[in-house]
Design a binder for this molecule. Structure first.
Ligand code: C2E
Ligand code: MG
Ligand code: MG
Ligand code: MG
Length: 282
């Protein structure tokens, strides 16, 4: 076992690509058990309107509270979950838990925000519409407060099938956000055919703003493109006030990042919501 061999979390979880079959199987079983035993948690990273500085939404991000390894970040287990199909039950839990929590906040009279949930490629193609419908039905969470984040590669893998699935999702009333935009390859023709609502500019283009002239050109082009296609833009990974000022100048609407807030435990997120409630009454 990992602990007995003295490997730390980093070694245990990063070397999965090089692990032999038995170690991979061990991790797969640990994750399957973890899901069954209720070891998954959601943290919420706030998203703010850049112009008004008001809290507008939050992205739900999954964590694995491993009994021995501690809190494990998704980069260490999402790839394995995708390869083994465990992402289907993991993704179903995430959707339902975000909607359950969102509905609790609504019933507590918290201000209106949108909750964004990440969706993986396999989950998108295998029954996402039914999963979303069921999560909304069983929790009572309003569809128009749910945003589904997916990447270009998820959609472009089979673009015409993706158009059909997206239309079914839109018919449920949820919002669609294209995550990590700019890092994958999207055909501009499809960008027009996909019924999207938001583009999320990948952190890679934000980190060297406003000094790097290439990143300046790329982000201003993305914001312009989004504007012309009638999409909202969300900047992810905003860490400095210079970055935020640049994005404000460009007309980017929403921002998320360590400058504004780190991913928060539900109780901390509830406090942010309460603060937002107070400041809107003032
Ligand atoms: P993502 O959807 O692009 O999420 C943004 C990631 O950037 C999060 O990492 C977040 O904590 C991090 N981040 C936010 N602001 C900053 C910042 O200012 N600076 C820096 N350096 N990082 C920032 P996290 O939570 O580790 O998630 C990593 C990825 O794992 C996510 O990328 C997403 O692709 C995936 N993921 C997370 N939760 C889920 C889930 O429930 N389902 C699926 N399928 N994938 C998930
Ligand atoms: Mg995301
Ligand atoms: Mg992202
Ligand atoms: Mg990203």
């Amino acid at each position: 076992h990992a602990k007995e061999q003295g490997r730390d979390q980093f070694q245990f979880f990063t070397s999965q690509m090089n692990q032999d079959v038995s170690q991979r199987l061990e991790m797969e079983n640990a994750l399957r058990q973890g899901i069954q035993r209720g070891e998954l948690r959601l943290v919420y990273q706030p998203q703010y309107c850049i112009r008004t500085r008001r809290l507008r939404g939050a992205e739900a991000l999954v964590r694995w509270q491993h009994p021995e390894q501690g809190l494990v970040r998704p980069d260490f287990f999402i790839p394995l979950a995708e390869e083994t199909g465990l992402i289907l039950s993991l993704g179903e839990w995430v959707l339902k838990e975000a909607c359950r929590q969102g509905q609790v906040w609504i019933q507590q009279g918290m201000p209106d925000i949108d909750l964004a949930v990440n969706v993986s490629a396999l989950q998108f193609r295998q029954g996402l519409v039914a999963q979303v419908r069921e999560a909304l039905r069983s929790t009572g969470y309003p569809a128009d407060k749910l945003v589904l984040e997916m990447t270009e590669s998820t959609l472009m893998a089979d673009a015409s099938q993706a158009v059909r699935i997206l239309k079914e999702l839109k018919a449920l009333g949820v919002w669609i956000s294209l995550d990590d935009f700019g890092t994958g390859y999207s055909s501009l023709a499809y960008l027009k055919r996909f019924p999207l609502d938001k583009l999320k500019i990948d952190r890679a283009f934000i980190s060297d703003l406003p000094h790097d002239q290439d990143d300046v050109a790329i982000t201003s082009s993305i914001v312009g493109l989004a504007h012309n296609l009638n999409l909202l833009t969300v900047a992810e990974g905003v860490e400095t006030s210079d970055q935020l000022a640049f994005l404000a100048d460009q007309g980017c609407q929403l921002a998320q990042g360590y400058l504004l807030d780190k991913p928060l435990w539900p109780e901390e997120m509830a406090r942010r919501l309460q603060d937002a409630c107070q400041s809107s009454k003032r």
